[in-house]
Design a binder for this molecule. Structure first.
Ligand SMILES: [Zn+2]
Length: 684
């Protein structure tokens, strides 16, 4: 075996000597033909940034010097629009050049970008680029198809914040730190400057996603103080500073002028216009219009502004065109020609859609088509706006302009008809863990998607209640998280007066009652939730928890069985079953249930922690050990995990390991008394 590999190694040495010769001949040829090296490509997507809140787009109160500079030294698209007002679908458009509906990506964190689709990273990787992705929100991670084609994909969320709350986003600084470390990789060593040569690994394609401008707006210092009255602008100023660090990293190493830097937003933010605070519900220009700025290698076309409408789906074809890379046909098209002053005879319209109102509130979905002058919104009450005369979209002229409406509706229908089988209108069903994360990002709904039949009401007729509802639920959930269930109950009861048909509302109210041990009230709320959404396992599962809290394992087991009948294979159901068996003193059955829960959802720390803790009590160290290790990797309560590993080592008479683990636990949590006592006992 080792002889064989030794032989192979010698063969490889011979081969690479030959390769070196070939390469040097080839390099000579390259020098002779003067072919320019392919440019690096840095794509920066800035979440939730309205075009009209940047200095380069005429906003007087902006503090966006970096983006303004990129616009001066590059090209600015003054009328860029997105295909969806939601992070996941909009990024799918940016990174594939396809309408998100064509690939079934119509909501956040549900249907992933399919493996069969060729993404930006896959295109560049196939041309020999080094590829790195760095994202700021869990919505854009590997389970949702966004890591395809990346050699390095950094979505390293520290795991847990606020005690046990799963982290769903991270600051731009953390994203940029990871990106700069990666950008600075190369061959050789620059530790002794000027002595050893250093070659950066080029060309590269990097995607950096900065989530900070998303609500809640709480910019870090010094932007918090500077933008006290306008915290959204403060977040954008912070994002601008983060981009500044990326640009500085390229400039410091002399790479900026051989890099195509593209900055584009996924969607804007309503900021109260048309009655919406954030984004997702509507297709007005405050969410559809996005900034798109490109600084080309060697500052080509510096200072050019392009007024013609361009689209999110045009971004990828444009990046590849500038890099000189051919790509297959997509829905978008390269707009690189516009930078050279070649206007198009018939610029395409921009199609957009949102299924957020339908799937989260039980209202109608919206679709729109935006031409160079007019926008048509397909809704139960259709809308038509003259964007030149009425850029704020205040005056709906659909009733007076029947012919125009018919024409634009026809164009919209033709585009939508081409989406094919992936564009089903069935609501995708995220798992419980994903739902909890989405809720902590503010994506809460009023109705169960599965109970909605037909088109539903027009979102513009419903928005006032929706905003009160959304902010009220956020406040109630904050109160619950801060252990103030009484405040949560008051808040949730108030919301019932707006809409008593939301199953989530009854579910949360039940949880608040359970937290105050008002079990009868809690069970009543869970029953109401179940009536409103019989297809969700959450209400019977919560009822099982409430019975368990009262020590009634028989009724708890009945409710858990009902939940299992609705959602067989659910990790949450298995966790609750494990808790019931544990309470009933049936250790073997409890271990089996927790193990099933871990298998169903390996990213659920609760299932792993319960399994580890019960296995420790049963002295089943071989079961506990891998759970502690996995939880450590997830960043879950590290001091406690090291303590568990120490106890296992101690039980196995590995004194040195036990001492090391206890010391680590104390280092991470100096006030950890049990760890100190144990360490003293071992004389460490
Ligand atoms: Zn977004």
């Amino acid at each position: 075996m080792s002889q064989l590999s030794g032989q192979r190694k010698r063969d490889q040495t011979v081969l690479s000597a030959t390769a070196v010769t070939v390469v040097s001949i080839f390099s000579v040829a390259v020098i002779v033909s003067q072919a320019p090296p392919p440019p690096n490509v840095l794509l920066i997507t800035i979440d939730t940034v309205r075009a009209d809140h940047l200095g380069a787009y005429g906003y007087a109160r902006a503090a966006t010097p970096v983006l303004d500079r990129l616009a001066r030294e590059g090209v600015r698209f003054s009328d860029a629009t997105t295909q969806a007002p939601l992070t996941g679908p909009a990024h799918a458009a940016l990174l594939t050049g396809l309408y998100p509906a064509r690939i079934g990506v119509r909501d956040n964190a549900t249907t992933p970008v399919p493996e069969s689709v060729t993404t930006a990273a896959e295109i560049f990787k196939a041309r020999g680029y080094r590829t790195g992705g760095f994202v700021g929100a869990f919505i854009l991670t590997a389970p949702y198809g966004f890591a395809q084609g990346f050699d390095t994909f950094d979505a390293d969320f520290p795991g847990f914040s606020d005690g046990l709350k799963l982290q769903v986003q991270r600051r731009g600084d953390a994203v940029v730190d990871a990106a700069v470390r990666w950008l600075d990789q190369g061959k050789g060593s620059d530790t002794i400057q000027g002595v050893r040569p250093f070659t950066f690994a080029e060309p590269f394609f990097a995607w950096v996603h900065l989530y900070d401008a998303h609500a809640p707006y709480d910019p870090p210092a010094p932007f918090a103080a500077r933008f006290k009255a306008a915290p959204y602008d403060g977040e954008i100023a912070y994002v601008d500073a983060c981009i500044g660090r990326l640009i500085a990293a390229l400039e410091r190493t002399g790479r900026l002028d051989r890099t195509l830097v593209a900055v584009v937003a996924d969607h804007g933010e309503s900021l109260g216009e048309h009655g919406e605070q954030e984004h997702g519900m509507f297709l007005y220009d405050e969410v559809l219009r996005i900034p798109w700025i490109m600084r080309l290698p060697a500052r080509a076309h510096a200072g050019v502004t392009i007024a013609e409408q361009v689209r999110a789906i045009d971004v990828l074809p444009t990046l590849t065109a500038v890099a000189g890379i051919p790509m297959g046909r997509v829905d978008g098209e390269s707009v690189a020609g516009l930078m050279e002053g070649k206007a198009r005879r018939d610029p395409p319209s921009s199609y957009a859609e949102t299924f957020y109102p339908k799937w989260h509130y039980g209202w109608s979905e919206l679709k729109s088509i935006r031409g160079d002058r007019r926008k048509y919104v397909e809704a139960p009450k259709p809308e038509l706006y003259d964007l030149r005369a009425d850029p704020a979209e205040r005056s709906n002229v659909a009733a007076e302009r029947g012919t125009l409406v018919a024409g634009m509706a026809g164009e919209l229908a033709r585009i939508a008809a081409g989406f094919g089988a992936a564009a089903t209108t069935d609501a995708p069903k995220p798992d419980a863990d994903t739902l909890a994360r989405l809720r902590s990002l503010g994506y809460v709904g009023m109705a169960a998607p599965s109970t909605v039949a037909g088109r539903g009401p027009d979102p513009k007729d419903m928005i006032a209640g929706a905003e009160t509802f959304r902010s009220g639920i956020s406040r109630a959930m904050d109160a619950l998280a801060r252990d103030q269930p009484a405040a949560a109950i008051a808040q949730l009861k108030q919301l019932l007066t707006i809409n008593d048909r939301s199953y989530e509302l009854h579910l949360f109210l039940g949880d608040a009652y359970t937290a105050t041990r008002q079990f009868d009230n809690a069970l009543g709320e869970y029953a109401a939730a179940r009536l409103l959404n019989p297809r969700s396992a959450a209400p019977p599962l919560s009822a099982a928890r409430a019975y368990l809290a009262q020590g009634d394992t028989t009724r708890a087991r009945q409710q858990a069985d009902e939940a299992a009948a609705i959602e067989p294979g659910s990790g949450d159901v298995s966790v609750v079953r494990g808790m019931i068996e544990e309470r009933a003193g049936r250790t073997t059955e409890a271990i089996a249930a927790y193990t099933a829960a871990v298998r169903a959802n390996g990213s659920d720390p609760q299932a792993r922690a319960r399994l580890a803790s019960l296995a420790m009590r049963a002295r089943l160290f071989d079961i506990a050990h891998p759970q502690f290790e996995a939880l450590l990797r997830m960043g879950y309560r590290p001091s406690r995990m090291h303590f568990g590993l120490a106890q296992i080592a101690e039980a196995k008479d590995d004194k040195a390991r036990a001492i090391a683990e206890y010391r680590e636990a104390i280092r991470l949590e100096p006030s950890f008394t049990d760890a100190r006592t144990a360490l003293a006992r071992l004389g460490g």
